[in-house]
Design a protein around this ligand. Structure first.
Ligand code: ADP
Ligand code: MG
Length: 736
């Protein structure tokens, strides 16, 4: 490439085909072209990459781009290459390359063909790479995701802290550009200090995302709330974030059995599965991705319509980045976080093993999350203030786009409770945790309370008129306001701060706290929810069940298949309990997958619909949620393994199961309405004649019982394993 300098405007059009710069992109670019250290703070989706890509393209030499993730690098490089220039215009240099590839990359850089060289900080640490970089012309260094430098960021990576040293070793005069989407003032100053760019030109875009709606919901019946929300928004794309891999698999599976097209994503899956699931989400083959925070960096799907935090996030920076993936196209973007203080306590427990300094950081970040969850002010205002921006909740862009603005929380004056609380903490000599103090206040004589003789204290039961939940809220408010703190070294004993002591000496007139919206009562009032419990089937409608069984017999004759192929008994019982009257509702019945619902469902919902009308039955209004019996995520693994035609014994081995147990899992999957195609395995293992014979047998059989089949077909000719496999095939093909 020739290095005659195009103007920025021309280059924008020529290389990227864009007509105008976004926000302050152009100023940023000019700054680095002028040789200044430059600090770019822009929200996710703001267009940071272009800020270094364009100057790199038009300058002489190669720009070094430092980026934390190998996978991310590859995406970025692919995306630059896709803009039509030569492939050698951008390269990455990391441990995934072989010797030949590395030689080629170095050659391209030396010859001046390569304008951008992506490196992980680890690669920058290698002497041979440093020597090489010293020998070529470097235009500037861009440090992307620069918050990784800061311990105060949510994504701290120690190796990031050595970047400056390395750069200095190459050439002291090259300008550095740092870019990040997390900009609390703390992180910001950390980055500047560590990169020794305190005098850098700082370009900070507003973090406001006016089209996003923020909402925090109490985590009560969260799965049900989640399914309800997704169903009400069917066809829209969304991301559900969970903290653990186990939760990810569990929720994904629950969504799947409830008829939602969802896939899991976390770092525990192999690379192939991850990229397949990610692609399916991007291509809209699935609507919902359930993921740990490993998902999303560098993913640019413009029309994600909702981001749900099923578990409370560990920091507001992380939260803001993750919610930032909603509504990038400027359209609808709903951000829902489920909040339960218990989750916070769990996170605190996880921190215990870590070094104290790290715990301290973790706890402070978490405290901010709690304040956010419990605040009564506009969520947008809270978040923007957190990022050091002021915002006017009346006239600001995005006003009235959060739950607190739309539906203000009820205030209560808690001044008396505060006094009682601080006095209690003081009386027990600051040696107890929140739970114990509440027990004392409400007069709950636990063994711990009596061990310490707090049941004889004058404060025992003094607060029994107050709802214990409110006491917990009061404690959290006191912590958030800096009156109390949880001591880290002693695993969370409540202590009074100086500010708290001051409060005790000179209490203010009033102390306002806000009550949580009480969703449970609201739901009950709103649509008269009948919670559907799967237990026992006590409420089963026997008359209807009988009619359903007759119908099944009729249909089975018509279609010439055995009755159990149409619906198995538990399915009919569930119908007699739930009264489904649409195909969609039917899919939520136990043992009914969508194949079965479509194949056999119509006459059944017609019958139920008539029955409901004639008998004026009030159907349960609430959504029927299917639960997953085996929550281990094993099923997801098995289904995916079969999709990829992995031999069944290998699947069993990987999962550490006996083959027998695997068969039971398969039976369970098939009996709950999902189709499995295991022909690839059966065709290897069982003769065609046998396959046919068993098929014919089940077509005629009264029941799907294996022992009976074994007797009928001959114990000498078949193993029960074979019959089970063939039954799985049969049920998949004929019933589901
Ligand atoms: P960030 O790294 O800040 O999260 P990206 O660099 O990934 O954001 O850019 C987000 C999206 O905006 C990308 O699809 C990019 O192509 C697009 N984009 C960036 N600059 C412009 C521009 N000037 N005009 C139009 N689209 C742009
Ligand atoms: Mg980026």
């Amino acid at each position: 490439m020739k290095t005659t300098m195009l103007s920025l405007d021309d280059a924008l059009k020529e290389y990227f085909g864009f007509d105008s710069f976004k926000g302050n992109q152009k100023d940023v670019m000019q700054s680095v072209l002028d040789g200044h250290d430059t600090f770019v703070i822009m929200p996710t989706g703001g267009g940071k990459s272009l800020c270094y890509q364009l100057p790199a393209l038009i300058q002489e030499g190669t720009a070094i781009v430092i980026s934390p993730l190998i996978a991310l690098m590859k995406n970025q490089v692919d995306s630059i290459r896709s803009f039509g220039s030569n492939d050698n215009i951008a390269h990455f240099l990391n441990s995934s390359l072989n010797k030949t590839e590395i030689t080629q990359v170095k050659l391209d850089v030396t010859n001046g063909h390569t304008k951008m060289l992506y490196l992980a900080p680890e690669s920058l640490n290698k002497q041979e790479n440093l020597d090489f970089l010293k020998s070529v012309k470097i235009s500037f260094v861009a440090v992307d995701e620069a918050h990784c430098i800061s311990e105060w960021g949510h994504d701290f990576r120690p190796e990031y802290r050595r970047i400056k040293e390395m750069i200095k070793g190459i050439d002291k005069t090259i300008p550095v550009m740092a870019l990040t989407a997390t900009a609390t003032p703390k992180v910001q100053s950390d980055i500047q200090k560590n990169l020794a760019m305190v005098d850098a030109k700082v370009y900070k875009a507003s973090f406001n995302r006016p089209n996003l709606f923020y909402e925090v919901r109490p985590k009560i019946d969260a799965v049900k709330q989640l399914i309800r929300y997704i169903k009400e928004n069917s066809g829209k794309s969304g991301i559900i974030y969970c903290l653990s891999r186990k939760k990810v698999e569990e929720i994904a599976e629950t969504l799947q059995v409830n008829g939602i097209k969802a896939l899991p994503y976390h770092a525990g899956f192999d690379a192939g599965t991850r990229s397949r699931n990610q692609d399916m989400f991007l291509m809209e083959d699935v609507d919902v991705i359930v993921a740990t925070i490993a998902f999303g960096m560098g993913i640019d799907k413009p029309d994600v319509r909702f981001v749900v935090h099923y578990d409370i996030p560990k920091s507001l920076e992380g939260y803001y980045q993750e919610t930032g993936r909603a509504g990038r196209d400027g359209g609808e973007g709903r951000c829902i976080a489920f909040y339960d203080y218990k989750d916070v306590e769990k996170l605190e427990k996880f921190m215990h093993g870590k070094p104290v300094a790290e715990q301290e950081v973790g706890r402070q970040l978490l405290d901010e999350v709690v304040s956010y969850a419990e605040t009564a002010v506009s969520r947008r205002k809270f978040l923007l203030n957190y990022f050091g921006e002021s915002w006017d909740e009346v006239n600001g862009e995005g006003a009235n786009m959060d739950d607190n603005s739309v539906n203000p929380k009820q205030k209560v004056d808690f001044i008396n409770e505060m006094k009682v609380l601080f006095n209690a903490v003081d009386t027990v000599k600051e040696r107890f945790k929140a739970k114990h103090i509440i027990n004392v206040l409400i007069g709950n004589n636990t063994s711990e309370v009596s061990t310490y003789r707090h049941n004889q204290s004058e404060i025992f039961g003094i607060g029994k008129e107050t709802d214990p939940k409110l006491w917990m809220a009061a404690i959290r408010q006191a912590i958030v306001n800096g009156f109390l703190y949880k001591d880290i070294e002693t695993y969370g004993l409540l202590k009074i701060t100086d500010k708290g002591r001051e409060f005790m000496k000179n209490p203010p007139e009033s102390f306002i706290v806000y009550k949580d919206h009480d969703y449970i009562t609201q739901l009950k009032d709103a649509d008269d929810v009948v919670l559907n419990s799967k237990s026992g089937g006590a409420a089963m409608d026997e008359v209807l069940l009988k009619q359903l069984k007759e119908l099944r017999k009729k249909i089975s004759k018509q279609k010439n298949v055995p009755p159990f192929v149409v619906f198995q008994d538990p399915s009919l019982q569930d119908m007699a309990n739930q009264y489904p009257i649409t195909i969609d509702e039917l899919k939520n019945i136990q043992g009914v997958g969508s194949g079965k619902a479509i194949k056999y469902g119509k006459p059944f919902i017609e019958l139920i619909s008539n029955y409901v009308e004639e008998n004026e039955i009030e159907r349960p209004q609430d959504m029927v949620v299917k639960s997953v019996v085996n929550k281990s995520g094993t099923k997801v693994y098995i289904i995916q393994g079969i999709d990829r035609k992995i031999p069944l014994n290998d699947i069993a081995k990987t999962k550490g199961m006996e083959f027998d147990d695997l068969l039971s899992e398969l039976e369970h999957i098939v009996d709950s309405g999902t189709r499995l195609n295991i022909d690839y395995y059966i065709n290897e293992e069982i003769d065609e004649d046998k396959q046919e014979e068993v098929h014919d047998y089940f077509m005629e059989a009264e029941t799907a019982d294996i022992d009976e089949a074994l007797e009928e077909l001959g114990i000498d000719d078949y193993t029960s394993e074979e019959l089970r496999l063939l039954r799985i095939k049969f049920m998949s093909e004929v019933a589901n």
